[in-house]
Write a new protein. Structure first.
Length: 426
């Protein structure tokens, strides 16, 4: 297993919310795989820098790319370049202590922030911005990011708007994450009852009647609609879920140097049940929301990589995980295979499908396997590149150090965020 960072686990380490430690339990399964005979970890080895995909394909019978979706989607609206607009992928990696993004320094939001998009990532961000820093301290959240969020809250961060372009029936978040917002003493989730009602047209009702999950979400959202009357409170921080609203411009602050607000317009839904699209309402007035931070949380994109075919939708053409290219022996699993959707469980099933395809291909290959120089040559080339290869045993030492530092500070772990420091510790 080759990994660019000295630390394994990708999204589990840098994407899963720090206050969802139970989701990270899958690391125990990964540890088990790592202790399987024949498994080796090559951390701090970057594909395309220390070793090429071409070289890997030459030396191994099969190569599986699990490189995820590293790119982020843009809104393509005026003002998006302003200081204070930040993409969710980097923002999440900032508070999760990713070495590439710990220095992000997001702008101070003032009294309000807006998160665009209504997937689970958007809810994670709204929760981390509004939950009590004292409660989050015990998690493995990056300490400097938490201190920054605590300072924003002390400076008056009061409301996080979570803005969805369609109705609640089409929203991408799941009920567990939605319900969770209403379980913290100092967070008040609210929904405008009028917007909730607007979300329901005839096609939506048909969608609703077919989805047990969405039927349950009605109860949760109706409770939040009852909270709407308390929207003026200052004793709790507010998460305001907005529906049928699209951002049309990020507005500058008075001196023009950064974000001062967000202009949104009202949408209506058009199209068949299950395929309803948000279309700007005719005559619908625009509304300006004052905020000093805009977090774009509208999904991820697979980034192109030399040797990886991508179609027009930025998807890898594959059959059961086997990439459809002439040479064969190349596979994909995870978000690079299925696109940037799905929780860990869905990706496990996908990975199993790819592994099954790979094993079937190898066993049906017939004849003599092609002569290959073998993995030891690729290893020699990686080591000759001068990078300090981090083994799984090295990683376990880093992990133990993170736990030791965390215990000293009342946290589950204090992540080491500097690659140079990690390597010096080994
Ligand atoms: P997502 O679930 O695909 O949600 C993206 C959101 O952005 C949708 O609400 C989408 O609305 C909206 N959007 C896209 N383009 C937009 C635009 N131009 N203007 C306004 N809104 C726009 O993506 P995600 O939140 O990044 O999550 C990725 C995956 O990770 C998901 O499968 C998620 O469930 C999973 N995840 C799970 C958890 C968890 O289980 N706790 C936590 C984090 C992530 P439309 O529907 O209208 O396109």
């Amino acid at each position: 297993m080759f990994e660019r960072l000295p630390t394994p686990f990708g999204l589990v380490r840098f994407g899963v919310a720090p206050d969802h430690p139970e989701v990270k339990n899958v690391i125990h399964d990964f540890d088990q795989v790592a202790s399987t005979e024949g498994f080796r970890f090559f951390g701090n080895v970057e594909l395309g820098v220390h070793v090429s995909l071409e070289a890997l394909r030459e030396h191994y019978d099969a190569v599986v790319l699990c490189t995820g979706a590293q790119g982020e989607r843009l809104l393509n609206i005026p003002g998006e370049h302003l200081q204070g607009v930040v993409g969710a992928p980097h923002f999440v990696q900032w508070y999760n202590g990713h070495p590439d993004h710990v220095a992000l320094r997001p702008q101070r939001p003032g009294s309000a922030a807006a998160v665009i998009g209504q997937g689970n990532v958007a809810l994670d961000i709204a929760r981390i911005l509004t939950r009590s820093p004292e409660e989050l301290h015990a998690t493995d959240i990056h300490g400097a990011a938490l201190a920054q969020i605590a300072a924003w809250q002390r400076d008056g961060l009061q409301t996080v708007h979570v803005i969805g372009r369609r109705g609640f029936i089409q929203a991408a978040f799941t009920n567990k994450e939605l319900r969770e917002l209403d379980t913290y003493d100092d967070v008040l989730p609210i929904v405008d009852p009028a917007e909730l009602a607007l979300s329901r047209n005839a096609a939506s009702e048909q969608e609703l009647s077919k989805s047990r999950m969405k039927k349950r979400s009605v109860d949760i959202l109706e409770k939040m609609a009852r909270n709407f009357a308390d929207r003026g409170t200052t004793s709790k921080r507010i998460v305001h879920l907005r529906f049928l609203s699209s951002p049309c411009e990020v507005l500058p602050s008075e001196d023009g140097s950064s974000v001062g607000g967000l202009r949104i317009h009202r949408n209506e839904l058009q199209g068949e049940p299950g395929q309803q699209a948000a279309v700007r309402s005719s005559g619908g007035e625009a509304e300006d929301i004052a905020c000093g931070m805009v977090v774009r949380s509208v999904g991820f994109d697979i980034t192109p990589m030399e040797g990886l075919p991508l179609d027009g939708r930025k998807r890898v053409p594959h059959k059961q995980g086997r990439v459809e290219d002439a040479a064969g022996g190349l596979y994909v699993a995870g978000w690079v295979k299925r696109g940037p959707t799905g929780i860990i469980a869905s990706n496990i099933a996908d990975a199993q499908e790819t592994a099954g395809r790979l094993l079937a291909d190898l066993s049906s290959r017939g004849g003599d396997p092609p002569a290959r120089a073998g993995p030891s040559e690729v290893e020699a080339a990686v080591r000759a590149s001068g990078t300090r290869v981090v083994s799984y045993e090295d990683w376990r030492r880093l992990e133990a150090e993170e736990r030791r530092r965390g215990e000293a500070d009342g946290k589950s772990a204090a992540k080491i965020t500097d690659v140079g420091e990690m390597l010096r510790l080994l």
